[in-house]
Write a protein that binds this ligand. Structure first.
Ligand SMILES: [Zn+2]
Length: 317
């Protein structure tokens, strides 16, 4: 572990009993195949030139089509199993959980059995580096360890890990290339979509497919200032501006916990209550893999052994 780079690590008090396992077949929240077809039909307009960020209203610049929301959860904290999983199950939705292999089973974090249980219910497990490393501050060998060895470790746990999220939203062209070389199909950033008090000149949603799938943009991470209305507005602003993909970033979902990147289970539940019936109007929920697609690629042997050996590797992005 690397305590110096873990400002939003766990420590929450989630000690309640784990939720009951689902015994009945899971109801899919969306029909992924039809969703992808519908979104693919909009891809031509989705890739229209985008305005420079900052200042002025961008105008009608985004995609035209349905809105798809991805519920993403960072850092593998225990409250995801205690509070998020039961709520997603209740609402018939699936989420994407980006976890750090070096923390699996540590106090306050998800265990391997919990991660497998999430995957067994249709949720997606993604990679987030071994130790929540700030990748832009590492040399290539250490980046290779943090990204490729982390992915290999999660695959070894039986988790079909296809997508990645940049810790701290810290990335660079070099980081993105290395994520691709480690076999990931996408990487989610933080920021780049219009949010309260930030990014006013940005897009209202990501096009599908995103212009840079190793730098997928999002609204700001949900935190203690995030209200139900804010979460709703992330969806509504996409719907008003031609639809597209809205990956929403959550960290902790818990009551009376001392975290800063936290919303309450009540707010989260209320958001899903509001979101679910919007499917009838074309706004649906899908995992990141459900939007990005792509095969489960292996971690290249050289990449897993040593990041330094990646120097001459083929660029895949
Ligand atoms: Zn993180």
């Amino acid at each position: 572990m690397a305590p110096a780079v873990t400002p939003h690590r766990g420590g929450e008090r989630g000690t309640a009993s784990p939720p009951a396992r689902a015994r009945r077949p899971r109801r899919p929240a969306v029909r992924t195949a039809s969703l992808l077809l519908a979104l693919a039909a909009t891809a031509g307009t989705a890739l229209a030139p985008q305005p420079a960020a900052g200042g002025t209203h961008p105008g009608p610049n985004g995609p035209t089509g349905p809105t798809v929301v991805s519920l993403t959860f960072d850092d593998g904290s225990e409250d995801h199993y205690l509070h998020v999983l039961p709520s997603l199950r209740e609402h018939g939705m699936t989420g994407t959980f980006y976890v750090n292999s070096g923390r699996v089973g540590a106090p306050g974090y998800l265990t391997a059995a919990q991660l497998r249980a999430l995957a067994a219910e249709g949720h997606e497990i993604g990679g987030h580096t071994a130790d929540h490393a700030r990748l832009t501050e590492l040399d290539e060998a250490e980046r290779g360890h943090q990204i490729c060895d982390d992915r290999a470790a999660l695959l070894d746990l039986g988790l079909p890990v296809r997508n990645f999220a940049h810790p701290f939203g810290a990335d660079s062209p070099e980081v993105r290339r290395q994520v691709a070389r480690c076999g990931y199909n996408s990487a989610r950033d933080i920021g780049g979509i219009v949010s309260p008090g930030s990014c006013s000149g940005c897009r209202h949603a990501e096009p599908v497919p995103p212009p840079d799938r190793y730098g997928v943009r999002t609204p700001d991470s949900a935190d203690e200032r995030t209200t139900l209305a804010t979460l709703q507005e992330y969806v509504l602003q996409a719907e008003r501006n031609g639809g597209g993909w809205v990956p929403i970033v959550f960290h902790h979902v818990c009551d009376a916990c001392s975290e800063s990147l936290v919303i309450t289970p009540e707010t989260f539940d209320a958001f899903l209550d509001w979101l679910r019936p919007r499917a009838a109007a074309g706004t649906t929920v899908a995992t990141v893999d459900g939007v990005i697609g792509g095969p489960l690629r292996p971690v290249p042997a050289t990449a897993s052994a040593s990041g330094a050996e990646l120097a001459g590797a083929r660029r895949t992005d």
